[in-house]
Ligand binder design. Structure first.
Ligand SMILES: [Fe+2]
Length: 454
């Protein structure tokens, strides 16, 4: 039988951390999406015909009160005890302590990590010499990613995203899985992690105003979902999306399952940013927005006085998978090399790095539940929702507990030893641990993606 992929080209490798966007700024300010604007059905499980039409045309649906917010309490309590909250002396009873905590955060943190970098070393700081990378090379995600963005300080607590109890009350909550199957259709891949708890803080009056930064994540995500752990009022950092953006971008992709920007993708992105009225998801703790995975989105404008606490999540169908989105750090001043969809690192023969050197740091975007390309490289369908359910078939609990990608490749993820709950994450491993050298700069990864199916 002719392979579905035999005539589809392998796109150039790209950095797994890179989002898709253009230089154009967003023209319109977001409209607050409060419950009075929901189509009928927002308060119940399942999809009404109005909601199906909205998802088809706009690419999103909101479910109100989908999760009992009492389930979040243990994790919100734990949040206040984490190192970024302690360093800034955040006090749950004193809102004045919540403003711009980034002033008190260290320039670089290695909070809640095991000594497992390249097997057995501490995760390196900027001034540390490394066996597998240039000094100061990026180390990828941390359990606590702390940034001072335009206007607002942001703490992305990725380390709670692989806590099994946290996943159970967010991504794997039965009501959430029900909605994923009603929209995307089964078999659903049971989520083993999410990106974690993203907190956006109030800013000082003199800090610059928040601006929208519209982009598409171009990760392996069929549905992007955001759950609020606390109430979010208008202009208080609500997750902001550009409705109809998936419908506009999808036909420009070179592939149906893996986003590969085509010749008209940038023009489509520019039109989204100039023509589309963005909307800002406002709601109560336990409210959830479900979007097509290729939705153009932005951190919301935050001019309020509370901390916005949301969980960012990704969902996929259970499918045959391809290679992981590996990236190899540069060494001896040479550049980072990303792994292609075919599982091959092509090391240049004319750089300062020895192309046969297997002691190079290899990492991936470990915050994702799905980190492997879809094996099929087929082109897009005429209808973006060709394979989706959108309320056509009843929900039967068609969910498959695949092993997560880090188990397939024997990579550490969960906190171990003295690492506290809410810590952990995948360190760099040597290139030679995951790939074999074939000469002429070619390192080939052995796929373990579908072994579990046999
Ligand atoms: Fe994003």
């Amino acid at each position: 039988m002719k392979s579905q992929n035999s005539d589809t080209p392998i796109p150039p490798p790209r950095d797994p951390e890179l989002a898709f966007s253009t230089k154009t700024s967003a023209v319109h300010l977001p409209l607050a999406l409060t419950p009075d604007k929901d189509p009928p059905g927002a308060d119940s499980l399942g999809l009404t015909s109005d909601e199906i039409t909205q998802f088809r045309e706009q690419g999103y649906v909101i479910k109100r009160g989908l999760i009992n917010p009492n389930l979040f309490k243990p994790f919100l309590d734990l949040w206040w005890l984490q190192p970024p909250a302690q360093a800034a002396k955040l006090d749950p009873g004193k809102p004045q302590t919540w403003v711009s905590p980034g002033r008190h955060w260290p320039k670089e943190n290695r909070y809640s990590l095991a000594a497992n970098w390249m097997g057995d070393s501490p995760w390196p700081g900027l001034d540390v010499e490394r066996v597998g990378a240039n000094q100061g090379e990026r180390i990828g995600r941390l359990p606590h990613k702390l940034t001072r963005d335009i206007g607002n300080d942001v703490w992305r607590w990725h380390g709670i995203g692989h806590d099994p109890a946290f996943v159970r009350v967010t991504s794997a909550h039965p009501n959430v899985l029900y909605m994923i199957e009603a929209l995307l259709g089964g078999p659903i891949k049971l989520p083993c992690r999410n990106r974690g708890l993203y907190a956006v803080f109030p800013r000082l009056p003199d800090d610059p105003a928040t601006k929208l930064g519209p982009h598409m994540d171009q990760s392996l995500t069929e549905m992007q979902v955001v759950t609020y752990l606390e109430d979010v009022e208008p202009r208080s950092g609500g997750f902001t999306i550009f409705p109809s953006s998936p419908q506009r971008l999808y036909p420009t992709s070179q592939q149906a399952y893996n986003w590969v920007a085509g010749e008209t993708s940038e023009a489509a992105m520019d039109r989204i940013k100039t023509e589309v009225q963005p909307i800002e998801f406002c709601g109560k703790a336990g409210d959830v927005i479900f979007c097509h995975g290729w939705v153009v989105h932005s951190a919301g404008i935050h001019e309020g006085e509370r901390i916005r606490k949301a969980v960012v999540q990704d969902f996929n169908r259970s499918r045959k998978r391809g290679h992981m989105r590996w990236t190899a750090a540069g060494k001896h001043g040479a550049e980072r090399i990303n792994c292609g969809m075919d599982g091959v690192f092509r090391m240049p023969m004319d750089s300062d790095d020895d192309p046969a050197d297997g002691m190079r740091e290899v990492t991936n975007q470990w915050i994702m539940d799905s980190n492997e390309f879809v094996l099929s490289r087929r082109p897009v369908y005429a209808d973006i929702f060709e394979e989706w359910n959108l309320g056509e078939r009843s929900v039967t609990g068609d969910v498959i507990a695949e092993p997560p990608w880090w188990q397939k490749y024997d990579l550490p993820m969960l906190p171990t030893g003295s690492v506290p709950r809410g810590g952990g994450g995948v360190p760099a491993v040597p290139l030679e641990n995951i790939a074999s050298y074939e000469g002429d700069g070619i390192w080939r990864v052995k796929s373990r993606a579908n072994d579990w199916m046999n």
